[in-house]
Structures are given as C-alpha cells and as structure tokens.
Design a protein around this ligand. Structure first.
Ligand code: ADP
Length: 209
C-alpha cells in the first residue's frame, strides 16, 4: 500500500466504485466508455495502493481509506531489520584516542562498546569523546569504559521492532542512535545500528514510493 498521485481517470474510477460498489471491471469500463483492457492498469494500481479491494465474482469495492491512512499503515510496516546499518564496535579497553580515530575512520557518530566476549557493555557518542578531550588527560591512556554510557542504561532495539517505535525512543531519550541487539544467555550481541539517518532514509523511501 502506498500514497500515489492519482490521475483524473483513477479519481473518476474511485468515484464510480464509491457510488456503485461492489461493481465489476466490466461495468466500470461501460460507465467510462472505455474497454476493460484499457482500465486494467488503473484498476491494478488502485488495488495495489489499497484504495480499492477486489473480490472474485463480486467486483471492486472502495476500502474507504484516505491517502494519509494508507501512508500511516505503510509506515507501521517498516521494520528495523529493513533499515538498520552495520554497527561499529570497539573493545572496552581501547583508549579514548583510538575510539576517536575509529569514529573518524568509520565515519559514524556513535560507537558501541563490547567486552572480551563481544557482548554490549556501553555506548560512546561524539560528545562523550569531546568531553573527555577537553581536560588535560592523556587520551591514549584512558580506556573508553571510564567515559562511556554503560549497561544497564543503554537503550536498545531488536531487528523485528517497528521503526516508528524506535524513532520515538530516539526522540524521548534525546539520542542519535541505538544498537540493534540479539539477546543471548550471557548478554546482548550487537548486530546492527539504527540512527537518525536510517529514520530519515525510511521517511524519504515512504515519500518516493
Ligand atoms: P551526542 O552526545 O554527540 O550529542 P547522543 O545525543 O547520541 O550524541 O548522546 C547523548 C548521550 O547519550 C551520550 O552521553 C551518549 O553516551 C548517550 N547515548 C547515546 N546513545 C545511547 C543509547 N542508545 N543508550 C543510552 N545512552 C546513549
């Protein structure tokens, strides 16, 4: 289901079905003085977009859904797993200096910190690293686990979560990203990353569909 710009003819078909539905393709074609074959692409578009529903031997009927309703329904089908990015992780013992280098080299704004078992233990944002850099400390000798936001205070998500719920979490917690995790007996494995950019991409995809 998607929001689309309807042509004059498609608007006309919608009106006919709204007034007369259920109505067969044959009868819609008659009312428009067109052949059934000419109408077929329009009917297919309107059905795929969710404006019309078709039942065999009954005909077409109007679903009563507005473009906005269809758009909202579509948005609620977006899952984390379809929009997530690859996570960038560092070990909890690496220095703040190395974490800064990783952030630049990998071109990300958030790093996830893992322990020796590659389980999630923390998050590092740009400002966490900037804050640590303001002081006079030697950045090569401070491990990131001193300055990171640590478990259990990490906001996480799973790959089957709805993207819209995750967008809400980013807003509520005022953060830029969160890790996509898989729960194991020992803790959480980091399998992905959802950022404000992923949400923006989903938003654009929705608009372009
Ligand atoms: P920045 O600090 O660069 O503005 P964020 O807004 O993402 O970036 O981070 C704000 C604070 O929240 C930082 O201290 C960071 O460690 C923490 N943080 C970031 N992401 C998460 C998360 N998913 N869960 C918990 N804390 C987080």
């Amino acid at each position: 289901m998607r929001k689309i710009e309807l042509t004059k003819r498609q608007e006309h078909i919608l009106q006919i079905v709204q007034d007369n539905g259920p109505i067969t393709g044959e009868h819609i074609a008659e009312q428009l003085n067109l052949t059934r074959a000419t109408l077929r692409p329009d009917l297919a578009i309107l059905t795929m977009a969710g404006y019309l529903d078709a039942r065999p031997r009954v005909g077409y009927f109007y679903t009563g859904k507005s473009g906005t309703q269809l758009l909202t329904e579509n948005l609620k089908n977006f899952l984390v797993k379809d929009y997530q990015s690859i996570p960038v992780v560092v070990n909890e013992n690496v220095s703040v200096y190395d974490a800064i280098c990783t952030m630049f080299l990998e071109d990300v704004g958030t790093l996830f910190v893992v322990d020796q078992n590659t389980l999630l233990v923390g998050v590092l944002s740009r400002k966490d690293l900037l804050r640590a850099s303001i002081g006079k400390q030697e950045l090569t000798s401070i491990p990131v686990n001193i300055i990171m936001t640590r478990m259990p205070n990490i906001t996480m998500c799973e790959k089957e979560d709805l993207l819209i719920d995750i967008a809400q979490k980013l807003i509520d917690k005022q953060i830029d990203a969160l890790p996509v995790v898989r729960k194991t007996d020992k803790g959480f494995e980091v399998i992905g990353r959802v950022t404000k950019t992923n949400i923006a991409k989903a938003f654009v995809a929705l608009g372009n569909e």
